[in-house]
Design a protein around this ligand. Sequence first.
Ligand code: ZN
Length: 100
Amino acid sequence: MENGLSQAAAVVEDGRPPVSCVICQGTTIKTQEVEEAFGLNRDIIMVPVKTRVCAECGERYYDKRTLRLLEEVEEKVRRKAITQLEVVGKVMRVPREHVR
Ligand SMILES: [Zn+2]
């Protein structure tokens, strides 16, 4: 899995909310909690973070402060400065005999 943001996201200047969405031109962009993810060996680490999201299409807008915060959290997890991770799901695999 790629490191960094789990989906393409627009980066905006600090403190300057977009007036309309660059994808759909929607004008309803609200701050809400989303989850970003990064890969760690074979695991996926979810990071809850508040950012601006287009109510129409779901495009996420990150300012530089939030991007730095995400990078810092990822770095802390990688060097085990954050260790109390909550398990929120399982990864399972279909047995090979079913995929022939
Ligand atoms: Zn949009």
